[in-house]
Design a protein around this ligand. Structure first.
Ligand code: SAH
Length: 221
């Protein structure tokens, strides 16, 4: 069995299952996506390690557990249309694309958006589209989404993202100050209105954009 499969299976068994990741779609998708393709060349050995890794431009690929936890919180079903804000390396979008019907992902740093598109094309993941833009505006011409994941922390949930959430949809996003623990928030759109849940403390890089933090608020990199 190739080394990659062993590492991916160990990641699922040691980092995900014991911490409460039970959604079999998420566990299978996390095992199937080659995480080493999304990290910097010098980091491939460490690709499955239990921590975030640098991906260039001062950004990081999230720790595997955080990716799995957010995907599980978003309750993604095979027929879902998913929107991710903060595509970074494209890894979380790739994992989501193994569960959902399609994934649209937005990244504000052009060099990351281009690299992510390159990897996804090379792997043949053709139900994912990455756009270079300010994701606090969402994906304006894309209709509504069953699940929206935001991989960067903002001062509040951007109104355009709420406007693009489908009935029954789930939005998962870290909300809080830059560089300090933030709260992971889940919004569930029900017939009775939007329900907001606090899913615990997290630390994410800042969401920078029209409905996020200003560029100057971000820590130097
Ligand atoms: N999901 C990524 C992790 C990305 S880290 C992965 O799997 O690799 C968060 C990303 O959010 C960074 O790449 C950062 O550039 C991006 N980001 C921050 N503000 C943004 C915005 N307004 N729109 C789109 N992307 C944004």
């Amino acid at each position: 069995m190739p080394d990659r499969n062993v590492k991916a299976r160990r990641m699922v068994a040691d980092q995900l299952a014991p911490r409460g990741i039970t959604d079999t779609h998420v566990l299978r998708a996390m095992e199937s996506v080659p995480r080493e393709e999304f990290v910097a060349p010098g980091q491939r050995e460490d690709a499955y390690a239990d921590h975030p890794l640098p991906i260039g431009a001062g950004q990081t690929i999230s720790q595997p557990y955080i990716v799995a936890m957010m995907l599980q919180a978003a309750e993604i079903a095979p027929s879902d249309r998913v929107l991710e804000i903060g595509a970074g390396s494209g890894y979380a979008a790739a994992v989501a694309s193994r569960i959902a019907a399609s994934v649209c992902a937005v990244e504000r740093i052009g060099e990351l958006a281009r690299a992510a598109t390159g990897v996804l094309t090379r792997l043949g993941y053709d139900n994912v589209e990455i756009r270079h833009d300010d994701g606090t505006r969402g994906w304006p011409d894309g209709g509504s989404f069953d699940a929206i994941l935001v991989a960067a922390a903002g001062p509040d949930i951007p109104a355009p993202l709420l406007a693009q959430l489908a009935p029954g949809g789930r939005l998962v996003m870290p909300v809080g100050p830059i560089g300090a623990p933030q709260r992971l928030v889940r919004i569930r759109r029900t017939a009775q209105g939007d329900q907001r849940e606090d899913m615990g403390a997290v630390v994410f890089v800042p969401l920078i954009g029209a409905a996020g933090y200003a560029d100057d608020d971000a820590p130097p990199r």
